[in-house]
Design a protein around this ligand. Structure first.
Ligand code: URA
Length: 250
């Protein structure tokens, strides 16, 4: 279940700063589900717990959660001299609410040449939960390859990826051995690959390590949440409550 520290909740709802949270909790009457809480680091569930501060119920500030069908050609950074950024695709939202727009960030990233499922939120706790290694939230990619792979070699790829494959240094990235990944072949040059980590250029590097080259890459799922294929490339929409739950259930 998705939880949050009490101090973060109080800061988010503008009761105090992070530094003064400890004092705030000691000096004020903060109740969680009817019980006075004096531990500013207590775990709370902002969706289900009832929080009162000095007898007044706190209506938790609503966060934004979006899914985008990212097109190729856009980078995930907030600014770039050379490329268009995914934030330029959120212009409508920016015009509606500049304040919230400034708090939006992507949950993980996709390369400029990758398309598909990209999540945005204003909720730092939520994005930390999704990206935290221990939570093992998997990402699934649809991959097309330059070189066809026959049945015998398909098995070899599958086995190597299932064991974890060593990836040598690449410009910005250190060498490492991947965690076990699941490969499902669709044809001789297309497959779905599910990985746990999200290291720099990971999918491309995995196939490069097999002397092949990715010619098309699309993220189709994060955990149990699939890309809504009815979303046009470059479009986005809010996640439903069910979809949010799918992400944190795994
Ligand atoms: N792996 C890659 O190589 N690129 C991406 O964008 C995502 C995963």
């Amino acid at each position: 279940m998705f939880t949050q520290l009490l101090d973060n909740f109080l800061v988010q709802n503008k009761f105090c700063s992070k530094r003064s949270a400890k004092n705030f909790v000691l000096k004020n009457k903060v109740c969680v589900n009817g019980t006075i809480e004096k531990n500013y680091k207590a775990n709370i569930n902002p969706e289900h717990d009832e929080i009162f501060v000095n007898e007044k119920k706190v209506e938790n500030q609503k966060h934004i959660y979006l899914m985008m069908n990212k097109p190729i050609g856009y980078v995930c950074s907030t600014v770039s001299d050379r490329s268009k950024t995914v934030y330029e695709l959120l212009e409508n939202l920016k015009n509606e609410n500049q304040n919230e727009f400034e708090k939006l960030h992507t949950i993980g990233r996709l390369d400029k040449d990758t398309e598909g499922l990209l999540l945005f939120t204003t909720d730092g706790n939520f994005s930390n939960f999704i990206t935290r290694k221990e939570n093992q939230i998997k990402k699934t990619y649809y991959v097309e390859l330059e070189n066809s792979v026959d049945k015998k070699n398909q098995l070899l790829y599958k086995e190597k990826f299932a064991k974890g494959i060593f990836l040598p240094d690449e410009k910005k990235a250190k060498s490492f051995t991947t965690l076990p990944a699941k490969l499902n072949w669709i044809s001789e040059n297309s497959c779905n690959l599910t990985i746990e980590e999200g290291k720099f250029h990971q999918v491309r590097r995995m196939f490069l390590a097999m002397n092949n080259k990715v010619s098309f890459l699309k993220r189709v799922a994060i955990g149990k949440l699939n890309l809504d294929e009815s979303l046009q490339k470059g479009n986005y929409r809010k996640l439903t409550d069910e979809e949010k739950k799918l992400l944190i259930q795994e």
